[in-house]
Write a protein that binds this ligand. Structure first.
Ligand SMILES: Cc1ncc(COP(=O)(O)O)c(C=O)c1O
Length: 444
C-alpha cells in the first residue's frame, strides 16, 4: 500500500452494506462527508472494506500522528495490555502515568516544572483547564474567540464558537463566557497585513470587552488556539499571542493554549505556541498524543495545579494502555516526526501554493508543518466563500483516493499523519490539483 488504488465505485458493495446498517442504529449527529469504511491502515495509507486504497491526509481528524498502527505504538499497547488494562490512576498508582507526566513536563514550553491531569479527550482536557482556572484564581469569567472549537461537553461547548449548528438547541450555556474576534489575517476586518500589524484585533478585549462588559479582575482565563483548527486552519500572527500574553499577565488572567489539534508535533514544533516564544499557564492536549488511543491531558505550571484530593478526577483518564501508546508516540515524535512535519509540511505548502497560479478557487494557502489549510473562494477580490465548491473538491479528491476534511465554512485541511513523505505529499498535491480542476469545470 503506497499509492491510492480505487477498484470499485465508491462506496463499494461492502462499504454500502455497513453504511446502511449504521444508518439504522448510530447517532445521526455525526457529520460524515463521504462514505469511507476503513478495514485497515498502515503509515499514511488506508484500505477500505472493498480493497480500495487511499492516501490519508485527514488522519482521523489530526489524530494518527505516527501513522496508522505504527509498529512501535502497537507493540507498546500490546505489551501493556498483557500486563493490566486498567487500575484507575485516580485511586492507585502506576508508573506509566508518572512517566508520561514526566515526559510532558519535559516537552511543554513552561519553565519551572509542570503537572498533568489526565482525561480521555480534548473536551475533557478543556474542562479540566476551565475548572482549574476558576479554582486557582477564584474568578468566574472566561474569554474565548469567535471561530474557536474547544469541544462539545457543556463547559467547553460554551467556549466553542465555530458553527452555530454545534450550539443550536443546547443552550443555555455556562454563564460568564465572552467571545472576542480571532486574528483571521486573510479576512482582517481592520484591513491590516500580518507582517506590519500589532494585533489590533485584540483592542476589542481591552477597549471594549473589559470596558463595557466584564472587569478584567473578574476574568479567570483566556482560552486560545494558537492555530485555529475547526475554524478553518487559521494561523494567528505571533504578535497576537504575544500581546495576549502581555494582556493576561497585566490583569492576573491565566492564558490557556488549546493545542488539542495543533499540538504534538503537527505544526513542525512540539507545540504551535512555541513559534511565538509565549509561555502559557496551561496547555490542553489530546488528539495526536497517543496515536489514536483516547487520551486528553491538561498540563499546568506546577505551582498552579494545587487543588486538593477529590477536586477533579476521571475513572478512565490516563488509562495505562493509552499512556503506553503516548510514551511510544512521544519517543517517535522527538526522534524524527516533529522534524518530518516541518520538512514535509514546508514541501506540501510549497506545492499547494504553486497550484494557486492555475486555480482561481484557491484564495489562501496557510499553515505550519503538517497543519495546512486552503481557503476556497468564488472571487479573489470579494473573497466570497466557495462553500459548495469546497464540499465538491473534498468529494472529488475522495473518488481519486485522497482523504481530506473541510474546516470552517469554506476551507480544506491537510492534516496527514506526521510520517507523510515528500513523495506522498506530491501525490496529494497532484490529486488535489485534479479535484480542483474537475470542480472548476462544472457549470455554476
Ligand atoms: C482545538 C480543539 N480543542 C478541543 C477539541 C475537542 O476534542 P475532542 O473531540 O477529543 O473532545 C477539538 C476537536 O476537534 C479541537 O480541535
Amino acid at each position: 500500500m503506497s499509492v491510492p488504488v480505487i477498484k470499485t465505485e465508491l462506496p463499494g458493495p461492502n462499504a454500502k452494506a455497513i453504511i446502511d446498517r449504521d444508518k439504522a442504529v448510530v447517532s445521526p449527529s455525526y457529520t460524515r462527508g463521504y462514505p469511507l469504511v476503513i478495514e485497515r491502515g498502515s503509515g499514511a495509507m488506508v484500505e477500505d472494506v472493498d480493497g480500495n486504497v487511499f492516501l490519508d491526509c485527514a488522519a482521523g481528524i489530526a489524530v494518527n500522528s505516527t501513522g496508522h498502527s505504527h509498529p512501535d505504538v502497537v507493540r507498546a499497547i500490546t505489551e501493556q495490555a498483557g500486563k493490566f488494562l486498567h487500575m484507575s490512576g485516580t485511586d492507585f498508582y502506576y508508573e506509566q502515568q508518572v512517566r508520561l507526566a514526566e515526559e510532558l513536563a519535559a516537552v511543554v514550553p513552561m519553565k519551572g516544572g509542570a503537572r498533568s491531569f489526565f482525561g480521555n479527550s480534548g473536551t475533557e482536557a478543556i474542562e479540566a483547564c476551565l475548572k482549574l482556572s476558576r479554582y486557582a484564581t477564584g474568578r468566574q469569567n472566561i474569554v474565548a474567540f469567535l471561530g474557536a472549537f474547544h469541544g462539545r461537553s457543556m463547559g467547553s461547548l460554551s467556549l466553542t464558537a465555530s458553527k452555530a449548528s454545534q450550539r443550536r438547541g443546547f443552550g443555555p450555556f455556562m454563564p460568564g463566557v465572552y467571545h472576542a474576534p480571532y486574528a483571521d489575517c486573510y479576512r482582517c476586518p481592520l484591513g491590516f497585513k500580518p507582517d506590519t500589524c500589532a494585533a489590533e484585533c485584540l483592542d476589542f478585549i481591552d477597549h471594549q470587552l473589559f470596558v463595557h462588559l466584564v472587569s478584567p479582575d473578574e476574568v479567570a482565563a483566556i482560552v486560545v488556539e494558537p492555530i485555529q483548527g475547526e475554524g478553518g486552519y487559521i494561523v494567528a500572527p505571533d504578535q497576537f499571542l504575544q500581546r495576549l500574553r502581555e494582556l493576561t499577565k497585566a490583569n492576573g488572567i491565566l492564558l490557556v493554549a488549546d493545542e488539542v489539534q495543533s499540538g504534538m508535533g503537527r505544526s513542525g514544533r512540539m507545540f504551535a505556541i512555541e513559534f511565538t516564544g509565549v509561555e502559557p499557564d496551561m496547555i490542553a492536549i489530546a488528539k495526536g498524543i497517543a496515536s489514536g488511543m483516547p487520551l486528553g491531558v491538561a498540563v499546568a505550571r506546577a505551582g498552579l495545579m494545587a487543588w486538593p484530593p477529590g477536586a477533579h478526577a476521571s475513572t478512565f483518564g490516563g488509562n495505562p494502555v493509552a499512556c503506553a501508546a503516548a510514551l511510544a508516540t512521544i519517543k517517535l515524535l522527538r526522534e524524527r516526526l516533529v522534524a518530518n512535519a516541518a520538512d514535509v509540511g514546508a514541501h506540501l505548502i510549497g506545492g499547494l501554493r504553486a497550484l494557486a497560479d492555475k486555480h482561481p478557487l484557491i484564495g489562501d494557502v496557510r499553515g505550519r508543518g503538517l497543519m495546512v489549510g486552503i481557503e476556497l473562494v468564488r472571487d479573489r477580490q470579494t473573497k466570497e466563500r466557495a462553500v459548495e465548491e469546497r464540499d465538491a473538491v473534498v468529494a472529488a479528491a475522495f473518488t481519486r483516493g485522497l482523504l481530506l476534511l473541510g474546516a470552517g465554512k469554506n476551507a480544506i485541511r491537510f492534516s496527514p499523519p506526521l510520517v507523510l513523505t515528500r513523495e506522498q505529499a506530491d501525490v496529494a498535491v497532484r490529486i488535489f490539483d485534479e479535484a480542483l480542476a474537475e470542480v472548476e469545470q462544472r457549470p455554476r
